[in-house]
Ligand binder design. Structure first.
Ligand code: HAM
Length: 549
């Protein structure tokens, strides 16, 4: 007897299990697209290899400090967009922190303040015990190095000790409302004790390459060291076409050696060669020089003075940047600011002699290589580590997010990260955007189907089909071997749906005669082959050889 009839109640409908979806700004790359991704990546391996670059594979997460120091605290990437988390083993300390944060005063009545309000003490006793244990455990963990022995944690513990005592003393004399306020403050305070290192999902990879260069003493290798990488990066940006929270970059960096402008030109030439090979359409290369630390500093002051004069005509973002980073005002896309920006002083007129000479030589070297560029004095880039050459490449079909590659020189970054004085230059390509542009301009190759579908019927034919599949796969063909028997009509329609080029028909007749039927699905024609003739036919004619994208 069912439960419902025994109790006379209707069974509750089972709760529908949650349907999961990829989170905002991240996506699956499905089989219809992955061949193009692979093609792009294989082309990068081969083109970058011809320029003498070697691949480096980097961790997906790094200490937060690495990015903060390299990219700069005032940049959008560091101040707003990083995925940062604390890395620690689950501990008792965590249990107490959670207990503190979730503690609630559940009493219904208000108790009076003052010496008569003895009830109050009972009411908040559990909370007091929790914070006291939290403090004791915290101090022990700090002493033993179980939590980071940072100055921040040290001063937190000192202050917290006083706060715990103060709470104990004030429970009796404060009203419940006052005590609850202290509880809320203490709940907030316990979050300040850091249980582990702060880590960040990489928003870019230049900082990681510099870290690896230092960590592995690459300055002892023949200089410069030329490295490239590819993989996912993470930034918490507002998702839109061509802008994702998990996106992919293909990048390259040259570290060490001298700062010869020929290296700048070589790196730009490499990325343009790569794009040409992929037949990326509508390419435009913008270049600029933002000078060295000294001349840029002077220019920034000139710019700031000029900006203050027109402050009232600028939007709030640019107004704020006059103080924080005046160069970024030049980046503004706000239509109302464009005319004003056009009148601002330009870096070119303020470059020191060395930087001016360097930039002139970069341009000459680009011309030598036949690389077409456009000078863009407003190209400042959004990351703090750049100096001298900066560049950006846009491509067709991308709407507002049309920068498909950005890069520049960053001499001094390795030093800033604790390494020896080192020159550096590189770029990163937005692979998602590159793929989008290829798809929009019809340069994406069609998805590949199967080469051969094995249409078999009967137990004997299965054994032959299994053997044929093994041989054909070993020869590199894409073979579909249905695991259950199908009528020939069904098999052929399935072969068609899978985009197969041929169906190899293996029935009782074919197996006993040793003559196999090969059907070309495009025109329906068919021909018989012996086993060895078939392989020969495929191999010689390359009729179904793995297609090149
Ligand atoms: P970036 O300009 O921040 O530079 O990024 C390079 C490229 O990555 C952009 O031009 C764009 O194509 C792509 N990209 C950036 N954010 C997103 C996003 N949210 N969604 C899709 N694509 C995106 C850097 O990352 C530097 N590390 C480049 C570099 C290397 N400079 C010197 N060496």
């Amino acid at each position: 007897m069912s439960e419902s009839s025994a109790t006379g109640q209707q069974p509750k409908p089972a709760a529908k299990p949650r349907k999961f979806q990829a989170i905002k700004g991240v996506r699956d790359l499905l089989p219809a697209e992955t061949p193009l991704w692979n093609h792009v990546e294989e082309t990068a391996h081969s083109v970058f290899g011809t320029f003498g670059f070697s691949e480096i594979r980097l961790p997906i997460f790094e200490p937060t400090e690495l990015f903060a120091r390299s990219i700069g605290l005032d940049t959008d990437v560091v101040s707003k967009e990083m995925y940062t988390f604390e890395d620690f083993d689950s501990s008792q300390l965590l249990d107490f922190r959670n207990a503190i944060i979730t503690w609630q005063d559940r009493s219904a009545t208000e108790t009076l303040a003052g010496p008569l309000g003895i009830g109050s003490q009972d009411r908040f006793k559990l909370f007091f015990d929790l914070i006291q244990i939290f403090f004791t455990l915290g101090r022990e963990s700090f002493a033993k190095g179980i939590i980071p022995r940072t100055p921040e944690n040290d001063s937190f513990l000192r202050l917290f000790e006083g706060e715990v005592q103060e709470f104990q003393l004030s429970i009796r004399s404060h009203s419940d409302a006052e005590n609850r306020k202290s509880v809320d403050q203490l709940k907030e305070r316990v979050r300040h004790l850091k249980f582990g290192d702060s880590l960040t999902l990489r928003p870019e990879a230049t900082a990681s390459v510099c870290r690896a260069y230092i960590e592995h003493n690459m300055q002892q290798l023949p200089q410069p060291v030329k490295l490239y990488y590819m993989g996912p990066m993470f930034r918490r940006e507002r998702p839109q076409k061509g802008r994702y929270r998990q996106f992919y970059q293909i990048g390259a960096e040259v570290l060490g050696g001298n700062d010869s402008p020929g290296i700048d030109a070589e790196v730009i030439d490499m990325v343009m060669t790569f794009f040409d090979k992929l037949q990326l359409q509508g390419l435009e290369l913008d270049i600029n020089s933002i000078g060295c630390r000294e001349c840029r500093q002077k220019y920034v002051e000139v710019l700031r003075v000029a900006l203050i004069k027109v402050k009232d005509q600028l939007g709030p973002d640019s107004q704020r940047r006059i103080e924080t980073n005046p160069l970024r005002v030049l980046d503004s896309k706000l239509p109302s600011e464009q005319e004003i920006i056009a009148t601002l002083p330009r870096m070119a007129a303020h470059l020191c002699a060395d930087c001016a000479e360097h930039f002139a030589e970069v341009k000459r070297q680009l011309e030598l290589r036949g690389v077409i560029y456009r000078e863009n004095w407003r190209l400042v880039r959004g990351l703090d580590y750049y100096m001298r050459t900066t560049f950006e490449i846009t491509a067709q079909g991308l709407g507002s997010q049309n920068a498909v590659c950005g890069g520049g020189r960053y001499d001094g970054l390795v030093e800033l990260l604790g390494g020896p004085p080192t020159k550096g230059i590189g770029f990163a390509i937005g692979e998602d955007r590159l793929i989008l542009s290829l798809q929009e301009s019809g340069k994406a190759p069609a998805a590949r189907g199967r080469d051969i579908y094995l249409a078999w019927m009967g137990e004997k034919a299965l054994a032959t089909a299994v053997r044929a599949a093994k041989d054909l796969r070993a020869a590199g063909y894409r073979v579909e071997l249905p695991v259950t028997e199908q009528k020939f009509g069904k098999a052929l329609s399935q072969a068609d749906k899978l985009g197969s080029r041929y169906a190899l028909i293996l029935g009782e007749d074919e197996v006993s005669s040793g003559e196999w039927t090969l059907k070309t699905l495009a025109d329906g024609s068919q021909k018989k082959y012996t086993e060895s003739d078939l392989l020969e036919f495929l191999r010689e004619g390359r009729h179904a050889a793995p297609q090149q994208l």
